[in-house]
Design a protein around this ligand. Structure first.
Ligand code: G3H
Ligand code: 13P
Ligand code: ZN
Length: 309
């Protein structure tokens, strides 16, 4: 039971048909829901913290909550910075005790992305911390107009090989058609599997990461909307596509939106059905259980990593 890096998790996942779930955390109930499910399923796990989550929960609370989760459940946890935008935030997280950081310099041009990533790799590796970087751009909601248009921002396989060789990065987030949030596709869902296979063939030893991998499960969108939400036309990545991606080097699958939807649906339902209650524990208990159930579903039915600790 300890804070660990993702190194061993990815070594195993790379040679198997499963991926490790990387779940975004912001508060105690989310952390508890996730780690309880991970313990029940004897699965590997990455808890990841965005800059926004770090600001919201505050670094000291996050560290202590994760330490408490390890103590309480006895599981190993990889604590990861999600989308660090520069060297400084990556350094802060390394210094705070994170075991993994993402430097996302994908908005910069190729050479600059390499330069910044290399700087983070040198610092992190000197402190026993692993690094994820990103190459290519995830389509934003408004960007995802046509496959041909979006393809211009997808990861170029030859560049991925050069990038990994020049930076020494431990894992690489790639762009093949996913995007963040609840509105991923305007028409039919599409991922560029041929591109993924090419990337994996060129860098077979590099664990690949799929961001924007929530399915935006219709049942949960409908439940939010039924109890007063307004999330029309939301659409995510079908579960069979995620399962398929884990066969071609995808070792880490990032999930945030599905947790947000599960939690919000339950809070909305409880408050709507119990207008007389005002004790936060009343609605946060089922919300925490909803996080648990969503993570259990992902581990068992999508990531296929149950029992792979
Ligand atoms: O990649 C983005 C994650 O879903 C985190 O989102 O920046 O709103 O915390 P956030
Ligand atoms: P979703 O918005 O699809 O959950 O993606 C989360 C993510 O990629 C975090 O880095
Ligand atoms: Zn992401």
């Amino acid at each position: 039971m300890a804070l660990i890096t993702s190194k061993k998790m990815f070594e195993k996942a790379l040679t198997s048909d499963y991926a490790v779930g990387a779940f975004n955390v912001n508060n105690m109930e989310i952390i508890q829901g996730i780690v309880d499910a991970v313990k029940d399923e004897n699965a590997p796990v990455i808890l990841q913290v965005s800059a926004g989550a770090r600001k919201y929960a505050r670094p000291a609370y996050l560290m202590k909550l994760v330490e408490a989760a390890i103590l309480d459940t006895g599981i190993d946890i990889c604590l990861h910075l999600d989308h660090g935008e520069d060297f400084e935030i990556c350094k802060k997280c390394v210094d705070d005790g994170f075991t993994s950081v993402m430097i996302d310099a994908s908005k910069h041009e190729f050479a600059e992305n390499i330069r910044i990533t290399k700087e983070v790799v040198e610092y992190a590796h000197a402190h026993g911390v692993v690094v994820e970087a990103e190459l290519g751009k995830l389509a934003g909601v408004e960007d995802n107009i046509k496959v041909s248009g979006a393809a211009a921002t997808f990861t170029v396989p030859e560049e991925a090989a050069e990038f990994v060789a020049k930076t020494g990065v431990d894992s690489l987030a790639i762009a093949i058609g996913t995007s963040h949030g609840a509105y991923k596709f305007k028409g039919d869902p599409y991922l560029d599997f041929e591109r993924l296979k090419e990337i994996h063939a060129l860098i077979p030893e590099t664990p690949l990461v799929l961001h924007g991998a929530s399915t935006v499960i219709p049942e949960f969108v409908a439940k939010c909307n039924q109890y007063g939400g307004k999330i029309p036309g939301a659409q995510g990545v079908p579960e069979d596509m995620i399962r398929e991606a884990t066969k071609y080097g995808i070792c880490k699958v990032n999930i945030d939106t599905d947790l947000r939807l599960a939690m919000t649906a339950e809070v909305r339902k409880y408050i709507s059905e119990h207008p007389e209650d005002f004790d936060p524990r009343k609605y946060l208990s089922p919300a925490r259980q909803a996080i648990h159930d969503m993570v259990q579903h992902k581990i068992r039915d999508v990531l296929n990593c149950s029992g792979q600790k």
